[in-house]
Design a protein around this ligand. Structure first.
Ligand SMILES: Nc1ncnc2c1ncn2[C@@H]1O[C@H](COP(=O)(O)OP(=O)(O)OP(=O)(O)O)[C@@H](O)[C@H]1O
Ligand SMILES: [Mg+2]
Length: 355
């Protein structure tokens, strides 16, 4: 579990799921954009399982053309095809009693998907050019950055295979949706590379930290890792800050989509049915009451998002949202905004004001 840094609710949920599925032998699908940490999750699952001393075999399903991938996964008999001079066991056999990590499973050719389905159903397969049925006890963890449901619609992914592999799905959100993990990840990478990159110590100025929090991280954790390395090699926080700010401004308008925030957490429905129906006064709540609650709910979501992007600064958040500091403080209190998002500075300012 130590491999997975961060303590956002999303990461905590992922860690809980990992604890629950380890040693159930149920196949696991790990989904997430590129660089979100799918391999880290797969390796952690293996490391925590009783298979940890057995092999962890990774196969990148996007890296090989169909026939080669088939023989890579399932092995081949001597003479099965030109160039098959010897019998070779496949990765499923090598991973017997261990774990096989099928990376980029969304790129597996459709005819091979049928063979994989067979393995998932009864654990058996035969080598390319072979007749003998081979049985293995291999834990299958798959990963993808595709939306497999839409691949099924497009006809590039088998629906029956999807149902088999998606039973346990660990979804890793992009870094921009869990910005509170950025400081811990950055500290981790600086610490990890400071030895090998010779620079022992680097201070991250507050303004750079803010730029890190505001940036959208299209390359996710891997991109953050690369920036940490760069900072250690060149020791150039000012240049990094400038670069991040330029990229942030470029992306700002299209990225800040309130609609997507609402569907992510689409609990407007819940708010309306749960809280309003229990109104004691009338069977129908007043429209005014509905407006008030919906608005409060939307405002809370937006405030939390801006707090994430500003590293928890109330001052910045008030400025971005164009309301007074005091109005923001009331909203934070009244709407039940997640206070763990507030920076330490923000909290102390608030306490002073409350006195
Ligand atoms: N939560 C995390 N804690 C620590 N390191 C992480 C975390 N998430 C990702 N990393 C690091 O970020 C880099 C990218 O992670 P990983 O290779 O697991 O991503 P991925 O989702 O498999 O990416 P891709 O889709 O490009 O294969 C790795 O160096 C990994 O160690
Ligand atoms: Mg990967």
């Amino acid at each position: 579990m130590d491999l997975i840094k961060g303590s956002s609710p999303a990461i905590q949920h992922i860690k809980d799921m990992i604890r629950q599925v380890v040693d159930t032998d149920l196949n696991v699908l790990v989904c997430g954009e590129s660089g979100t940490g799918k391999e880290v999750v797969a390796r952690t699952l293996h490391a925590l399982s009783s298979r940890k001393r057995r092999p962890f075999i990774k196969v990148n399903c996007a890296a090989l053309p169909g026939e080669l991938l088939e023989s890579e996964l399932f092995g081949h008999e001597r003479g099965a095809f030109t160039g098959a001079l010897t019998t070779k066991p496949g990765k499923f056999e090598v991973a017997d009693t261990g774990t096989i990590f099928l990376d980029e499973i969304g790129d597996m050719p459709i005819n091979l998907q049928a063979k994989l389905l067979q393995v998932l159903q009864d654990g058996g397969f035969s080598r390319v050019g072979g007749v003998q049925e081979i049985s293995v006890n291999t834990w299958i963890i798959a990963a993808t950055n595709h939306d497999l449901d839409s691949d099924v619609q497009k006809g590039t992914f088998r629906e029956d295979l999807l149902y088999r592999i998606k039973l346990i799905t660990i979804k890793i959100p992009p870094l921009r949706e869990r910005r509170e993990d950025i400081p811990a990840l950055l500290a981790h990478f600086l610490n990890k590379y400071c030895g090998s990159l010779k620079r022992k110590d680097i201070t991250i100025p507050d303004t750079l930290m803010k730029a890190f929090m505001a940036y959208d991280w299209p390359g996710n954790v891997r991109e953050l890792e690369n920036y940490a390395r760069r900072l250690l090699v060149f020791g150039d926080p000012a240049a990094v800050e400038k670069e991040l700010r330029e990229r942030t401004t470029k992306n700002e308008t299209p990225r800040f989509d309130i609609g997507s925030l609402l569907t992510e957490t689409s609990d407007i429905q819940a708010i309306l049915s749960r809280q309003l129906i229990t109104e004691e006064t009338e069977a129908f709540p007043s429209l005014k009451e509905i407006q008030k609650r919906c608005l409060a709910h939307i405002e809370k979501i937006v405030i939390e998002e801006v707090l994430r992007r500003t590293g928890g600064s109330r001052k910045e958040t008030a400025r971005v949202l164009q309301i007074s500091y005091k109005a923001l403080a009331y909203k934070i209190r009244d709407f039940g905004v997640n206070t763990s998002l507030l920076s330490a500075e923000g909290v102390s300012v608030a306490l002073e004001e409350d006195r």
